[in-house]
Design a protein around this ligand. Structure first.
Ligand code: ATP
Length: 314
């Protein structure tokens, strides 16, 4: 029998089936420090969840299975390497319950796009299985499990706009008066591997002395509070952008085309190759998206709003 949880649980239900929606992220600021001895780079980033969603459905099963449709279907392995399966197994081990579920992923977030789709799916799986199995984990505990799967998972459980430190896994919400920002995401053909982009950054920085400092997010956070697209646009920054451009020089044409289409500002999203363009409002976003489409520089130009909540049972 399905047992309803109270509204204080955000509508989570023990029993299932369960459906979870999770957003993509862009980075409004991505400061990358030197490579640490543990293989991670120290980051100072401002995450921003946008309205491009993956959806994960979970129901009871006798084993753990995953099916999928949409972006990356037929390309992405559905075995133990998939972050959905890894997240389900990690939660089951932590909660000491059998990892049995039938999971179905409807993917709209492009693969290896710099939008943290894999981490988003891991966040969705943690939340969906927690509800399905009735394990009742507090969100912070889910975030701690998530951090072992990917640096962006804790943010995708939280959502909104937040500061990420450490290697991105330590998340603190940014309190600002609510403002909706309007974006256009220029989705590329084919992805970029995040580890390769970091390696390229290390290569580009190699030999520079003193080592590149870790840029603070202070000016971005000041700009966010002013709630003016021109001010926010001027403060956007991404240390990975030169590395992404070096590996994929065509991205310079995408950034130019967005500028020509009238965007307030444009930036490579995370490790790329998706480019994110800030616009003034919803109508302006449509105009910029049409300009990018007409320029033929990307596979798809999608409008999106932010900030959005993190993974939620719907
Ligand atoms: P980030 O912005 O966090 O660096 P990304 O958006 O560039 O990530 P993702 O789509 O998150 O890239 O995927 C990175 C890699 O993770 C993929 O190339 C794939 O091999 C692996 N992966 C495993 N499970 C998934 C999943 N469910 N969705 C997407 N990628 C997955």
């Amino acid at each position: 029998m399905t047992e309803a949880w109270g509204p204080e649980d955000g509508g989570r239900r023990a029993g299932g089936p369960v459906r979870v929606r999770v957003p993509a992220k862009i980075n409004l600021h991505l400061g990358v420090g030197p490579l640490r001895t543990d293989g991670f780079h120290e980051l100072n980033t401002v995450y921003h969840a946008v309205s491009l969603f993956d959806e994960l459905r979970a129901s009871h099963g006798d084993t753990l299975t995953l099916t999928m449709e949409g972006e990356g279907a037929g390309e992405l392995a559905l075995d133990d390497s998939n972050l959905v399966i890894r997240a389900a197994r990690a939660l089951a081990a932590h909660a000491r319950v059998p990892a049995y579920a039938r999971l179905h992923l409807r993917k709209s977030i492009p693969l290896a796009g710099g939008l943290a789709g894999g981490s988003a799916d891991a966040a969705a799986a943690l939340l969906a299985c927690d509800a399905l199995w009735g394990t009742g984990m507090p969100r912070d505990e889910l975030a701690a499990i998530g951090a072992t799967l990917g640096s962006d998972v804790p943010f995708l459980l939280h959502g909104g706009t937040a500061l990420g430190t450490g290697h991105g896994e330590t998340v603190s919400p940014i309190l600002a008066r609510p403002t909706t920002w309007h974006w256009v995401l220029a989705v590329a053909d084919g992805g970029l591997s995040t580890p390769e982009v970091y390696r390229e950054l290390d290569r580009l920085r190699d030999g520079s002395w003193p080592p590149a400092p870790l840029e603070s997010a202070d000016s971005l956070m000041t700009a966010l509070r002013q709630r003016r697209p021109e001010v926010l646009g001027a403060a956007l920054g991404n240390d990975l952008q030169p590395a992404a451009l070096s590996l994929r020089p065509q991205l310079a044409d995408v950034l130019k085309a967005g500028h020509a289409a009238g965007a307030v500002a444009g930036i490579v999203s995370g490790s790329g190759p998706t480019c994110a363009f800030l616009t003034r409002d919803a109508n302006h976003a449509e105009t910029v998206a049409a300009g990018l489409t007409a320029a033929g520089v990307c596979r798809q130009a999608r409008t999106a709003r932010g900030p959005m909540p993190g993974a939620r049972v719907t």
